[in-house]
Design a protein around this ligand. Structure first.
Ligand code: ADP
Ligand code: ADP
Ligand code: MG
Length: 687
């Protein structure tokens, strides 16, 4: 490889991508320069670079988004080039232009290509011109609510409102019913204006269960464009990816050919150079162009691993003016790679970001078969200012199942303490049978995941606990000796079928038992957690209370005997605890089981946390974007009260009931922490 014409590179970013680019610099013998904000004085990316310069307060607006300050630093530090990473200024054409005008090399596509492709509307027009299918929708100039309502009606509900300049799922709203369109449009426009400085929105037909498949492209300044295969990123929460892989488990060679050819023709039509990604959604054998990201992608790692290429190095060589050094037919998958994103966030509360100090973090840096791209290290803080990603974990293998198996092992051994993370969620995800089979869709999490779904109590425990509770429930006094399944009452009940919801260590299971035939110990047993069916089988089940007056010495305790298909006969000790709870011992561990109200699926969607009925807490750390009510106002149930913004989302806190506003505790622009009381309500006198 010819040596690059630059020796010193400024990385206008932070976190794992800055660390990743710094590694490329080390390998290429380029001096790396970091910039950092107040909150990032001790950040990992500062330590990863050879030099670092302070650029301002913690808020990204005053630091990582200050293009002028960053260019000035590059000048003073005598850098020859700037790499923007992703996020922040990466897709800002004005910044790219200013970098070039300052005489520095811009590691990215031309400002013109960024501008065209930065507008989802313009990009769709190009796609249509070169014959690439797009999702049916409205991409017009007229942004009046009336026009949008008419167009939405033509498209048919549900429709998706998108910010034309959007990214990261921001400014995106699914609207199910015509009556909700106006509020959705107003919110999307507000979010778009605040985040991207451009309020234009577009409408698209909302596909119900698509897959997200994207194509990595590389172009040079001489007009050559090649693709580096596809990535599938269908596992998403809030339209944001959490697991990605390459290649896609669903594409046939013919489909891959069509998809990649479309991506290349689009990139060529846009005069694209450097690394970029053409995103599609795929449903029922058809794919539709979504948008082009004119930058390195978070999940570029899986392409690197599956093809054995280095995309950051490629970006630098292209920026240096090199003509593409590889031909399309030299590009070949060498294996399969999977990435999961470990985030500081709380899957139990709608995947909201969490903050705090990482007191323990063990990542397998020594395992040669795992790639870790981390943005933080033990002792670091996750602050509310930036993306809460902790690390990307990438495993690979000759086959998909090998990569997935390896991922399960790696996640099983990870440890993170101090902040809430999605680690248990990721473990659940990579162990899911549908993931194993490659049955992915962007609706996967909505469809299969329920809070706590990843923490299955062992099935014998659930069955045993439910059996004790179900068979005793109708008899009042739980302290009374539990009944045997042979009792007349139990028999009568069982004929009707028994079922209930049970709480085990904070997680709810539904268990139903019904008699199947004459054999009094055989039960058709179904155990479910949300929509996950954990067991549905005919099993042998016996309740064996300890015999009265049994000798204390050598005694056999009260047990539930459970005989599952293909398993030994288990005898689980049980006993009654306080508050009608039953303890079940399994594998030398005691589990408490109690009857529970049915699991509310709303729990994860609920957007307001109540310390009591009238005090509305902030569900996440962030900034108060809008206060929609004042003290003394009367409000209806569900009425929006306050809008909070944090990281990449906007959050509406609504009234849980009608009443009057007793107090509004914050004003627009204020910073709030999780649990801060935002609004206090009084119930109307009549209630
Ligand atoms: P991508 O589009 O690269 O797959 P996402 O869709 O998750 O990534 O993220 C969308 C937006 O958020 C992009 O603008 C991306 O650059 C930014 N972003 C995501 N993760 C990070 C991160 N860890 N640090 C900085 N920016 C990020
Ligand atoms: P962003 O700029 O936020 O990345 P995209 O247009 O790339 O926006 O869409 C992000 C995600 O939103 C997609 O990966 C997909 O999950 C979902 N999405 C986008 N458009 C549609 C659609 N028309 N129907 C269903 N889901 C969609
Ligand atoms: Mg996208």
């Amino acid at each position: 490889m010819p040596s690059l014409p630059f020796h010193k590179l400024l990385i206008a970013n932070r976190g794992e991508i800055a660390v990743r680019i710094a590694r490329a610099c080390r390998e290429l013998d380029i001096t790396s320069v970091a910039v950092y904000s107040e909150a990032d004085r001790d950040a990992l990316h500062v330590r990863a670079c050879d030099e670092a310069y302070f650029i301002g307060p913690s808020s990204a607006k005053e630091s990582y988004l200050r293009g002028d300050v960053i260019i000035e630093v590059a000048r003073q530090a005598a850098c020859d080039a700037i790499h923007p990473g992703f996020g922040f200024l990466a897709e800002n054409a004005g910044f790219a232009r200013a970098v070039i005008e300052a005489g520095l090399t811009w590691v990215g596509p031309s400002p013109e290509a960024i501008t065209i492709m930065g507008s989802k509307i313009e990009a769709k027009k190009i796609a249509q011109r070169v014959g690439v299918p797009v999702v049916p929708g409205y991409f017009g100039e007229d942004q009046s609510p009336d026009k949008l309502a008419v167009e939405a009606g033509k498209i048919g509900y549900p429709v998706l409102i998108k910010a034309s300049a959007g990214g990261g799922g921001k400014g995106m709203r699914v609207v199910e019913r015509p009556e909700d369109l106006r509020e959705g449009v107003a919110a999307a426009q507000r979010e778009a204006l605040a985040a991207f400085g451009d309020a234009s929105v577009m409408l698209e037909k909302y596909l119900n269960e698509p897959r997200h498949i994207e194509v990595q492209v590389l172009g040079d300044a001489q007009g050559h464009v090649i693709h580096l295969g596809e990535r599938e990123c269908s596992i998403q929460r809030r339209h944001q990816k959490v697991m990605e892989e390459s290649p896609s488990p669903i594409l046939t060679p013919e489909m891959r050919e069509r998809l990649t050819r479309s991506a290349v023709s689009l990139a060529k039509a846009a005069g694209y150079s450097n690394a970029g990604t053409v995103e599609f959604i795929y449903q029922d054998g058809e794919f539709y162009f979504l948008e082009m990201n004119t930058r390195l992608q978070v999940e570029h790692t899986v392409t690197e691993e599956a093809l054995d290429v280095d995309l950051v190095e490629a970006q630098l060589r292209i920026a240096a003016g090199e003509t593409l050094w590889i031909e399309q037919d030299e590009i070949e998958f060498v294996g399969h790679a999977i990435e999961v994103r470990l985030y500081a966030e709380d899957p139990e509360r709608g995947f909201l970001p969490s903050t705090g100090k990482i007191t323990a973090l063990s990542l397998p840096f020594d395992d040669p078969d795992v790639r870790i791209d981390a943005g933080v290290s033990q002792g670091d803080l996750i602050t509310p200012f930036y993306d809460p990603m902790i690390a990307k974990i990438i495993t690979s293998g000759e086959t998909r199942s090998e990569a997935l198996r390896h991922m399960r092992e790696v996640l099983g051994g990870l440890q993170v303490e101090g902040v809430r993370t999605n680690l248990d969620f990721l473990r659940w995800l990579v162990s899911h049978a549908q993931v194993d089979m490659g049955n992915l869709s962007t609706g996967f999490i909505d469809k299969y995941y329920r809070p706590g779904a990843f923490l299955f109590a062992p099935v014998p425990v659930t069955v045993a606990g439910a059996a004790v509770l179900l068979l005793s429930e109708d008899y009042g006094e739980p302290a009374a000796p539990p009944l045997s399944v042979w009792s007349a009452n139990a028999w009568r009940l069982a004929l009707q079928g028994l079922s209930g919801d049970f709480l085990i260590e904070g997680h709810t299971y539904n268990v139903s038992l019904s008699r199947t035939g004459d054999d009094p110990v055989m039960w058709q047993t179904k155990v479910q957690q949300g929509e996950n069916v954990l067991l549905d089988a005919q099993i042998c089940l016996k309740l064996r209370p300890q015999p009265e007056g049994a000798a204390t010495f050598d005694r056999v305790p009260s047990v539930v005997q459970v005989e599952l298909p293909d398993a030994p006969l288990y005898s689980l000790e049980y006993g009654w605890g306080a508050d009608d709870r039953v303890s079940i011992t399994w594998d030398r561990r005691e589990y408490l089981v109690q009857s529970a109200p049915p699991l509310s699926t709303e729990r994860m969607n609920t957007n307001v946390h109540l310390s009591d009925d009238n005090s509305l807490e902030s569900p996440m750390p962030g900034k108060v974007l809008k206060v929609l009510v004042a003290s003394g106002d009367s409000v209806e149930e569900e009425q929006p009260l306050v809008i909070i913004e944090a990281m990449k989302m906007e959050f509406t806190v609504r009234a849980p009931h009608s009443g009057t506003v007793a107090a509004v505790k914050y004003k627009e622009g204020d910073q709030v922490a999780v649990g801060d009381i935002l609004v206090e309500l009084n119930k109307p006198a009549s209630q």
